[in-house]
Structures are given as structure tokens and as C-alpha cells.
Design a protein around this ligand. Structure first.
Ligand code: FES
Length: 73
């Protein structure tokens, strides 16, 4: 998860969209150790060989509780 503000978060599945390797976090971006694909902190691809974005999940906030909807997987 990344937090951009009190009401803006991103929840990202940490599995590369290329061949499924687990991603490494490097500051504001995610990098795949297998073949070098990179994604930004909203799961958008910025560098291949992957050719699609990461899976992301809706995040909602109700008072002080944060909910991640995993049903979209
Ligand atoms: S599995 Fe991530 S770039 Fe190939």
C-alpha cells in the first residue's frame, strides 16, 4: 500500500504482470527482480517487458478505518 494523503491510498498486488515474480519496493516505485519490469506507486507500468499494469484493489476510508476490497482479484 501507498499513502498519498489522508483520503488517497493505493493497494497493489505485489506480483509482476509479466511472469508472476514477487516485486521489490524501491521508494516510490516497484521493480521486478526477474526481468526488470517497473511500476509506479499506483501500479501503472513504466518499464517492460511486462505489458500491462498491476492488479489493484479499491480502498475506502470510513472515519479512522481503512478497507481494502479484495473481491476484485
Ligand atoms: S516476471 Fe517480472 S519482468 Fe518478468
Amino acid at each position: 500500500m501507498y499513502r498519498f494523503s489522508d483520503k488517497d491510498y493505493s493497494a497493489i498486488w505485489m506480483q509482476c504482470a509479466h511472469q508472476g515474480a514477487e516485486l521489490n519496493v524501491s521508494g516510490d516505485y516497484l521493480q521486478c527482480p526477474a526481468h526488470g519490469s517497473e511500476y509506479d506507486n499506483r501500479g501503472q507500468i513504466t518499464n517492460g517487458p511486462a505489458d500491462r499494469n498491476l492488479r489493484t484493489f479499491p480502498v475506502t476510508i470510513n472515519k479512522n478505518e481503512l478497507f481494502i476490497d479484495l473481491r476484485k482479484i
